[in-house]
Design a protein around this ligand. Structure first.
Ligand code: TYD
Ligand code: MG
Length: 462
């Protein structure tokens, strides 16, 4: 369909028509339709203070286009770069690398337009020193240090940046929203004001938010509803950093971005498939299983570690930070039911090597194998990598991209991949589900298949 750039609006009643008409079909007045531009940004007509709606086809699709951030990992997590006219909240514990990441991004994006880095935490010379270290001294990158929203807004108005970083939202305050910076009211007020500016100027704004150890964006929770995306930056293990979206109006929330903090700032980990693995010379210890995880669009191999010890005083507990404890309990119950191996009198400890949180359903089989191995003391065979979702009935359910998972595991040297048949879970090109075509006659799967937990255990401990 041809893109429409003008509409005709009735001066009498406000009715809009895609074509000029002598008489308004709505109110019947003659010669009241006036040409009106539906140029860039008119989808936000209301935000701009104009009070009319538009036929959907008259909206310029150009507004809402993306700008690459210069960091492929960040782009992936955002769903393909920053969306113009959007606001993002980046949360993370102090010292995790939020300022470093954003300064690096600013230095990259400034080639496309002016960029403003607002800091309420550090002095200009501190920021300059960091930029020196990161090789981020660029002409198009400007710095303003203040925590007064009115002064910040004046500078934003005059610079008109394509990207503004506010480090941090907890430090910015307005005298109009109470005296103390960092309160929910202050954060809401300031986020709202700056987000509004970004939306009306097709600009991008990123707010840094410090979060507490328990992972909640406590104060800035108030801002989460205002912004378009909420990202969290976490420490995985050592110098490894994981970036995830908790909310994303413009893309999915299941992409994982990985960085390594080094002397020259944050480096991207382009191929993360093996980065979380532990290299072992000899046999696998009992309680350890390798899961083939499909996070977002990539495959990761991750070691799941389990420990089972008899519970004291008859009360059992599950200790698991990286995998939801209720999933661990469910998988343990399925094992007990299917194999008769008693886990219900045990305290269960589960960890994920590399420190990454796992929520993907396909880790069930590896989790079950780790628990089974921990309880029986029998290690898994070397070179085994597992994927598959478990039903409560002990069936092994198909997972997305099983063939791709098997290929990635094989490429990393895992000789025996075990998982469900690809079955009904076959993805079409858009990534959605559709009925699988019948397996081609004679096509041989390149991974070992099992259709139940029992069959998988038989296969692993023959
Ligand atoms: P920073 O970006 O200041 O964290 P945040 O803004 O989340 O509080 O990063 C702080 C840590 O990163 C600090 O401990 C020093 C370390 N770091 C490096 O290891 N390499 C670098 O190039 C930089 C700039 C920082
Ligand atoms: Mg900082």
């Amino acid at each position: 369909m041809k893109k429409q750039t003008t509409v005709y609006r009735c001066a009498n009643c406000g009715h809009t028509e895609p074509k000029w008409l002598g008489r308004c079909p709505e109110c019947g007045q003659w010669n009241t339709l006036k040409e009106q531009s539906a140029a860039a940004g008119s989808a936000r007509a209301d935000i701009k203070g104009e009070t009319y709606s538009l036929p959907i086809a008259a909206i310029d699709p150009a507004s809402g286009t993306r700008i690459a951030s210069g960091s492929a990992e960040l782009d992936r997590v955002l769903g393909g770069g920053f969306v113009r006219g959007s606001a993002i909240l980046l949360g993370g514990e102090p010292g995790i690398g939020k300022s470093t990441l954003l300064l690096q991004v600013c230095a990259k994006i400034q080639s496309k337009g002016r960029v403003l880095y607002v800091s309420g935490e550090e002095s200009p010379s501190q920021i300059r020193a960091r930029a020196d270290r990161l090789g981020a001294l660029r002409d198009g990158l400007e710095v303003f240090c203040s925590s007064d929203i009115d002064r910040v807004m004046d500078v934003i108005e005059s610079v008109k940046p394509i990207l503004t970083v506010v480090d941090s939202i907890q430090m910015i305050y307005s005298p109009e929203a109470g005296a103390v910076p960092g309160t929910a009211n202050q954060i809401k007020y300031c986020t709202q004001e700056m987000t509004e500016w970004a939306k009306t100027h097709d600009s991008v704004i990123v707010f840094v938010a410090h979060v507490t150890k328990d992972g909640l964006i406590a104060g800035p929770k108030a801002a989460e509803h205002i912004v378009d995306a909420v990202l969290s930056f976490e420490q995985a293990e050592g110098d490894l950093r994981a970036l995830r979206a908790a909310k994303n109006r413009f893309g999915s929330t299941d992409e994982l971005g990985l960085y390594r903090m080094g002397a020259g700032g944050l480096e991207e980990i382009a191929d993360p498939s093996g980065v979380l693995l532990i290299q072992r010379a000899g046999e696998m210890p009992p309680g350890v299983a390798v899961a083939i995880v499909h996070e977002g669009s990539r495959v990761l191999l991750v070691e799941i570690q389990a420990l089972a010890v008899p519970a004291k005083a008859g009360i059992t507990r599950v200790y698991s930070d990286r995998i939801d404890a209720s999933r661990v309990a469910r998988v343990a119950a399925v094992i007990e039911k299917q194999t008769g191996l008693r886990l219900s009198d045990q305290d269960l400890y589960v960890n994920v090597a590399g420190g990454v949180r796992l929520a993907e359903p396909g880790i069930d089989l590896a989790l079950a194998a780790a628990l089974y191995s921990a309880r029986t003391g029998q290690p898994l065979p070397k070179g085994a990598a597992l994927a598959g979702e478990l039903s409560l009935a002990g069936e092994l359910r198909p997972v997305r991209q099983m063939a791709k998972r098997a290929r990635s595991a094989k490429a990393l040297g895992f000789s025996s991949v075990l998982g469900p048949a690809e079955g009904a879970y076959k993805e079409n090109e858009e990534g959605g589900r559709s009925a699988a075509p019948r397996a081609k006659a004679g096509a041989r799967p390149d991974w070992g298949r099992a259709d139940s937990l029992k069959a998988a255990i038989r296969e692993l401990w023959r």
